[in-house]
Design a protein around this ligand. Sequence first.
Ligand SMILES: *Cc1c(COP(=O)(O)O)cnc(C)c1O
Length: 372
Amino acid sequence: MRNETLAVHAGRSIDPATGAVTPPIHLSTTFEREADGSYPHGYDYIRTNNPNREALEKCLCELEGGVAAAAFSSGSAATVSVFQALAPGDHVIAPNDAYTGTSALLRNVLAPWGLQVTFVDMTNPADVSQAIQPNTRLIWIETPSNPLLKITDIGKISAIAHQANALCVCDNTWATPIGQKPFNWDADLIVHSMTKYLGGHSDVLGGVVISRVEDDFFRRIKTIQTSGGAVASPFDCWLILRGIQTLPYRMRAHSENASKVATFLSDHPKVELVHYPGLKEHPGHEIAALQMPLFGGMLSFQVKGGREEAFALVAKVQLFTRATSLGGVESLIEHRASIEGLGTSTPDNLLRVSVGLEHPDDLIADLAQALG
Ligand SMILES: *Cc1c(COP(=O)(O)O)cnc(C)c1O
């Protein structure tokens, strides 16, 4: 079935007890067992499983074309579970422009735990091949990247990983299953921060790992989920499942609006450079056109001048909210270098934009008046 149909129906069914069309939220922490000790409904304790979490996991599996999923309390908890399923002493390769939270986890939590990490430019497959070591077990990719929207060729990096007997994991948060299907390009696992487009309304935190096969590695992730307990709550799962119902239509509009905003900005004399994979002049455009049915709702741009000019612009916007995060219905703008802090390589004149679902002409008018 197609995305739109899966988004509405996958993981959902009429509640047999009441006939409710919308699934009930199951808050019970515990479930009754039979006298013989069995659990006739398959649930025993909320940390192990819960009907709302199971429904969400099923829906995400179907949308990504995987076979198993594990939902976590945040995208970062999902990320950590993948690395913790490796063993101390294993080596991983990650992008040098990975989401700051992911790089921080690798540097501050997983490296002290014993994981070896090499950060490379993922847009250059030769650099990735060169970084392979005998103990390389996993290559992490994130495409489009944050905040420069660099595009990684998922198929090429998967092939390099598989040749080295390593796994290829794709953080698909920005593209979503509507804008990119990493399993079609041979990735082994997909990670999402559901806090962004999947939830879609800036009101819920969550993460998920989806697997192409149900193997020992995924079973370790599942053990980390159920034993570690960083699980998504029933209400959060319910909210995200609700959000997903409109995901295909939201993504179409996010992408269309972002494309219009990107074109406006790239024609503006006060803008130095626009980073949006849908623009023909974007260095990753050709690969993006191949692996992304939609270019997505995220873009960044560099104003002429420096930090001061960037700050002056964000001081004047009225429709865009100055805030971090992304993927909600409302447009956000952010001076990325400030949030990434000391040591960031993000240009000081760069602003990152999460293009929302307002009318694109209103968004463009706001940017036009702010650019002056
Ligand atoms: C936000 C984000 C994360 C982290 O997710 P949380 O839900 O905030 O923990 C990971 N990867 C990407 C690409 C993100 O944008």
